[in-house]
Structures are given as C-alpha cells and as structure tokens.
Design a protein around this ligand. Structure first.
Ligand code: HEM
Ligand SMILES: *[C@@H]1O[C@H](CO)[C@@H](O)[C@H](O)[C@H]1NC(C)=O
Length: 531
C-alpha cells in the first residue's frame, strides 16, 4: 500500500481504535504463543487473551475495550482460522440480535456442546424444542398456585433459616461469608420450587451437599471449556482426564440426585391423588392451600402426553437441572453484589430502611418472626419501589450472567455496521453495557437507584436491550419474578433486622466463571439493629 507510511499508520490507528487494539492483541498473542503451556488454537468465544493477561480484571478490561472501540470490537487476525469473535455491547446490535432478527441467532451447536450436561433442556434448545419447553415452563411460572407457593416458600425460608442463621452469627460475633449464605439460600429455595423438597443446606452447620457441590464443579468446568480450544477439551472429555474426569463424576452425582427426587415424587403420586394433593413439601407445610412445585405440575401433565416413564424421566431430569442452574447462582450472585454495593453506599441502605419502616403495616414492626425479628410478606414487598430500584441498579452494574453468546445462521450486517458470518461468534458483554456513558449517562459507574425511579415515584421501565441482565426478546429470563421475590424477601429481612458490615480489608473481586460470583466471597459481620 503506497501510503506515506508512518503518518498514515498513526492516522489509521487513531481513527480506528479497534485496529490499535487488534494490533496490540496480535503482538500479545505472538508473545504468548511462545509460552508452551498455552493453547495455540483459539477457543469458541476467543476469550483466551483476556483470561491470560487480564485475569484479575477481565470484565473491566472488556468494558475498556468496548468503550474505546465504540461498543463493538472484532478479534481479527491470522490466528482465527475458522472462528472469529465479535464482542459487542451496542444496544442497537443487542436489539437486533435478541429481538428484530432473533431467528437468525440461535444458541447453536457449540453452546449445546459446552453445556452438554444440561441435556436437551431449555438452555440448550433451539427452534421447536425450545418453543414447546418455553411454553410449558411459562405456564408453570405464571400459574396462580405456583405463585402462592413461591411467596410462601420464600417467606418461610427467610423466617426459618436465613434470619435464625444471622441471629446466631450476631450473637456469636462471628464472620460470615454472605455469598455462601446466599448460595445455600437459593439452592434450598430452588429445590423447594422444583422438587417440592427443601434439602436444608442453610442450617447453621453448613452441611455439605453432594448435589450442590456437583453443580459447582459442572459450572467451573463449563467455564474452562469456554476458554480452552474445543479439540482439547473434547479430547480430555473422551479420555476422562483432569477436570473432565471431575466433570464426569459431577454429572453422575447430578443424575443420581435428580433421579432420586423424581422417583420420590412418583412414589407419592402413586400412593393416590389425595396423598399427592396434600403432600405439602417439607418446610412449607400448612397454611393457605397446597403448593405447586415443578415436578408435581409436570408429572400431572405426563398422563395427557402418552409418554413412557423412562422417556418422561429424562425430560424431567433435563428440565429440573436447567431450572436449577438458571436460578441458583444467578440469584445468589445478585444478592451478594447488592449487599456489597450497600456497604459502600450507606445512604442507599438508609433509604431502603426508611421505605421498609414507612410503608409496612404496623404488625411488622412488632416482629412477626419471633424474637422481635421481622419477616416480610412478599406481597407487601412487591410495593416497595426503592427496594426494587436498588436491586435493578445492582443487577445493572453486576449482572449475574456477565456474557451471552450467539451463533448467526446467515451472514448479515448489524446496525453498528459490523458484519457477521456463519463463523462469527457474537459475544455480548452485559457487564460492559452497564458501564457505558452513551447508554446510562455520565454517572453510569455509580450505584444510584434513583435512576430507576420516575417523577411519580414509580419504578421506571428500561428497555431490555439496554438493561440486558435478564436477557431480551423471546428468550427473556422466565424466572425474573421468582428472582425478585426471593431477593426482596432475603434483602428486606436482613436490612431491617441487622446491620451488615463487610470485614475490613476484605478484597471483593469478580471470579472467572459463567456466573459473576465473588472471588473471595463476601466476608461480613452482623449485629442486631434492635433487640
Ligand atoms: C437474578 C437472578 C437471575 C438472572 C440475572 C437471570 C438471568 C437470565 C439470563 C441472562 C438468561 C438468558 C441466558 C441465556 O440465554 O443464555 C436467563 C434465562 C432463563 N432464566 Fe433466568 N435469571 C435469574 C433467575 C432465574 C430464576 C430464579 C429462574 C427460575 C427458575 C430462571 C429461569 C430462567 C430460564 C428458564 C431461562 C431460559 C429462557 C429461555 O431460554 O427461553 N432465572 N436468565
Ligand atoms: C435477518 O437476517 C437475514 C439473514 O438470515 C437477513 O437476510 C435479513 O435481512 C435480516 N432481517 C432484518 C430485519 O435485518
């Protein structure tokens, strides 16, 4: 190219920051590839250069790259033989991919490969299989009996497990890992909603649960598969070596645990319709009307389908596991970051406390949970605009699912002008979206629930292609209401009854995972607000 070389190169690099970054990446890659321990071929979502060099601030680095490149960045270079990655956080692209041209962006085969343990469940499914599963799951989560069950189970879990646990920690003055508490809280809550049985992992001695542990292992390995070349992890899977061996073991544990829940429920059903109707799940017995958990609901529907038990059990296993993965760590990560943000923004905590005190019926102030500790009703909590706004704000800054990936079927040009091909993997950084001034304004990095409150004091709606934490379009999260119900029940009871203080010098940082956990947990001490 016969240009005045140095001047035009500087000009090009200035005009196209993405080229500058691509060049930087290229140089980086060349240096890294000399290190024999690193894979030479690129992974499905091409995150390896980030992971290796920016391991301590992966998400922030992604946000920086996207800010510099005006919201879309393509990893170009000779090293992408058959796949390339388009990283984006542009709301116009997001709206196009998740809404306008949804049918051109299935999850694709790579996704199902990486998440193979989820079987044919809703997360892995595309097209007709996805549609019918979505219809069924949607019918369940919007069923009146399921809603009643959810409200009651959330309140009871807070009253019987969460509040007593914190009271004990306050009495003993011990340090508590809130993230661990929330993970156990949402594990028990998810099991209750899905299987109709509470495994009781939130009791004060923190009993170990093989099922919960197996899910942890599976999530970890799924992340490793994202950053390792496909041929490598597939070879390891085939050989059952290293982390893939642990994965296979976790898979077996998961199958065993889910199968046990299913056979128990079938047993109950066989012992007659009356037994089934009155089989109030452990931990939520008594009170207004019987609950409806997922297993009970789906088993009732089996009769009409003429499917064999064996076949239907496989379907139940996939459904149950998918819902478990969908709900457990997302909700607990959301709660953990929320409490960390409160600890650094005491004025927000004060406002939530004020809202709880001002707007709740008098009986709560007397303490309905015994010991002068109050537990709130989800219906009352659903009216609290500021609490809702504060949770949205936490999920905006720390989306529990930080990335999404999609595989276009046909080439086309995105609204940003970026072209995608069949070989392109589109990676959307939800984390970065919350940190762009062009999307959320100059104060985008601040934790400011007020941005969610309208002039009339109601919660402001933000389009999902801007607030992508629950996904957008036809595949929007089906558990949004469930998550808010559980998060509010836990958050309100903790904030109202206890003062939470993060242990001094505790380092909070995101962990590398498919879920935005905290690397070192959230170490806190709690004290009673009033006795
Ligand atoms: C704060 C908590 C939660 C967050 C941030 C969240 C976020 C998300 C996101 C980002 C997706 C899209 C994932 C993808 O397509 O790869 C999703 C899908 C889904 N979520 Fe949630 N979720 C949460 C809680 C829950 C809960 C409690 C449930 C209930 C069981 C649930 C059920 C689902 C289901 C079934 C899907 C699949 C929808 C589909 O593919 O059509 N989620 N969620
Ligand atoms: C959707 O994608 C297809 C390629 O599959 C393309 O031909 C079409 O123009 C796109 N539609 C819109 C509305 O952008």
């Amino acid at each position: 190219m016969g240009m005045a070389w140095p001047a035009s190169l500087a000009g090009i690099l200035k005009a196209y920051p993405e080229m500058l970054l691509a060049t930087a990446c290229f140089i980086l890659f060349r240096r890294l590839s000399r290190n024999r321990r690193l894979p030479v071929c690129w992974p499905v979502v091409g995150m390896l250069p980030y992971v290796v060099t920016h391991v301590h601030h992966l998400h922030d680095w992604t946000a920086d790259v996207l800010r510099e490149s005006r919201y879309s960045f393509r990893f170009l270079g000779p090293w992408f033989a058959d796949k390339e990655v388009l990283l984006t956080c542009d709301p116009a692209n997001v709206n196009h991919i998740f809404n306008v041209n949804f049918s051109n962006y299935p999850k694709g085969g790579d996704f199902a490969d990486i998440f193979d343990v989820l079987g044919n469940g809703i997360f892995n499914a595309d097209a007709e299989s996805w549609r019918s599963q979505r219809r069924m799951a949607h019918a369940l989560v919007s069923h009146a009996r399921f809603r009643v069950f959810l409200a009651r189970a959330s309140r009871d879990k807070v009253r019987r497990s969460l509040v007593p646990l914190l009271r004990l920690a306050a009495e003993r003055g011990e340090v508590l890992d809130l993230q661990e508490v929330f993970t156990r809280f949402s594990f028990d809550s998810s099991c209750t909603l899905i299987f109709g049985a509470d495994p009781g992992s939130l009791s004060p001695d923190f009993p170990s649960s093989p099922f919960a542990h197996a899910i942890d292992v599976a999530e970890k390995v799924i992340f490793i598969r994202h950053v390792m070349p496909k041929t490598w992890w597939k070879a390891l899977r085939w050989l059952k070596l290293g982390h893939e061996r642990r994965f296979a073991e976790a898979w077996e544990t998961i199958d065993r645990c889910v199968a046990k829940y299913i056979s128990q429920r079938r047993e109950l059903q066989r012992s007659g319709p009356t037994a089934q109707m009155t089989s109030a799940p452990k931990g939520v017995e008594g009170e207004e009307g019987e609950g409806l958990d997922m297993l009970t609901s789906y088993l009732q529907q089996q009769a009409g389908t003429g499917t064999s038990d064996v076949e239907f059990d496989r379907f139940l296993r996939d459904t149950a596991l998918n819902l478990m993965i969908a709900g457990r760590d997302t909700t607990s990560a959301g709660l953990s970051w929320f409490f960390w943000l409160l600890s650094t923004n005491p004025e927000v905590e004060a406002k939530i406390l004020e809202e709880l005190r001002d707007q709740l019926p008098a009986e709560y102030h007397a303490g309905t949970g015994g010991d002068g500790l109050a537990v709130f009703d989800p219906v009352e909590l659903s009216k609290m605009a500021y609490l809702h706004a504060a949770l949205c704000e936490a999920l905006r800054l720390y989306p529990p699912v930080p990335f999404e990936h999609k595989a276009p079927l046909k080439p086309e040009v995105l609204p940003s002008g970026a072209k995608v091909y069949e070989r392109t993997r589109v990676v959307v950084s939800i984390y970065a979206m919350g940190r762009m001034e062009g999307i959320w304004g100059k104060d985008c990095k601040e934790f400011r629930p007020e941005r969610w409150i309208s002039e009339t004091g109601k919660v402001k709606h933000e389009p999902s292609y801007k607030f992508l934490s629950f996904n957008a379009g036809p595949r929007t999260c089906l558990g949004k209401e469930i998550a808010f119900t559980q998060m509010k029940a836990a958050a309100a009871a903790i904030i109202y009854n206890f003062k939470v203080e993060v242990v001094r010098a505790h380092v909070v940082a995101p962990k590398l995972s498919i879920i935005l956990h905290m690397e070192n947990g959230l170490k806190v001490t709690v004290t009673r607000r009033h006795k």
